[in-house]
Write a protein that binds this ligand. Structure first.
Ligand code: CP
Length: 278
């Protein structure tokens, strides 16, 4: 079964070979990231963002523009009829009449699959509450494969693992490609049990207060000195003080390259779901 017409709400919506097909297409798309192509000429992407976003929203829009298509959408419902009480199902029914593919972010559990039920066009999750962020996982895995050459790596998850949907999705996706995990967090912020697989939980003391935790999670050059040479420091961004700017020049600091990979990955996904490429 091809990817044309499909939704992408969870990492588990795609098989490993389908994820590999997205990576192969993204690799092809890299040559069009700046100069563009016309494979989606005349097609329209709608970005419905009920929660704030910089990377996901704008890289989806950039991806469609680089594919030769157009983009509509909102990042704040105050200028839309959602603010007048229009339901999600009616919003989706209207937007599908104006577009060919929808990328949506919401804080509400199950709202993405609800939207996909009502839409006759592909719906892609741009992140859902504390659940999943599947396109972030695609670009995270793509970055690991591109930089380290393999996916059966050891991943240390560090920080707020309870509410961080990027961690939840990456754990789901990476476990299917043979990765192992270390989860380093205080008890209160540990990875939810439903995402746990081949896991070492390394907990900070439960009595640690917020300031202690913040200091404990701080990444600076002295921590980088303890990292292996052939390793990556990844972060979905935005960072809010947990990685020092001085770390940015370390070649293992991959977070800006990681964010940039969102464009070819989302170009590939959009083009495949629209059947614009095989
Ligand atoms: N990585 C990520 O989801 O960033 P945004 O919230 O800015 O989209």
């Amino acid at each position: 079964m091809g990817l044309k017409g499909r939704d992408f709400i969870s990492v588990n919506d795609f098989s490993n070979s389908e994820i590999q097909a997205v990576f192969d297409t993204a690799s092809e798309m890299e040559k069009f990231v700046k100069k563009g192509t016309d494979s989606c000429k005349g097609r329209v992407l709608a970005t419905l963002f009920f929660e704030p976003s910089t990377r996901t929203q704008f890289s989806f829009q950039t991806a469609m523009l680089r594919l030769g298509g157009g983009a509509i959408g909102f990042s704040d419902t105050s200028g839309t009829s959602v603010s007048k009480g229009e339901t999600l199902q009616d919003t989706i029914r209207i937007i599908e009449g104006y577009s060919d593919v929808i990328a949506m972010r919401s804080s509400q559990p199950n709202s993405l699959s609800f939207a996909a039920e009502y839409a006759s066009i592909p719906v892609i999750s741009g992140g859902e509450g504390k659940g999943e962020h599947p396109t972030q996982t695609l670009l995270d895995l793509y970055t690991i494969k591109k930089e380290l050459g393999r996916l059966d790596v050891k991943i240390g998850f560090y920080g707020d693992l309870k509410y961080g949907r990027t961690n939840h999705s990456l754990m789901l996706g990476a476990s299917r490609f043979g990765a192992d995990f270390h989860c380093i967090a205080p008890q209160e912020l540990q990875m939810p049990e439903e995402y746990v697989s081949r896991l070492q939980k390394e907990r900070l003391p439960p009595e640690a207060d917020y300031e202690t935790m913040k200091k404990a999670y701080h990444v600076d050059n002295s921590l980088m000195e303890k990292m292996k040479e052939n390793s990556l420091l990844m972060h979905p961004l935005p960072r809010v003080g947990e990685i020092e700017d001085s770390v940015d020049s370390d070649p293992r600091a991959a977070y800006f390259r990681q964010a940039a990979n969102g464009v070819p990955i989302r170009m590939a996904l959009i083009a495949l779901l629209l059947g614009a490429v095989e």
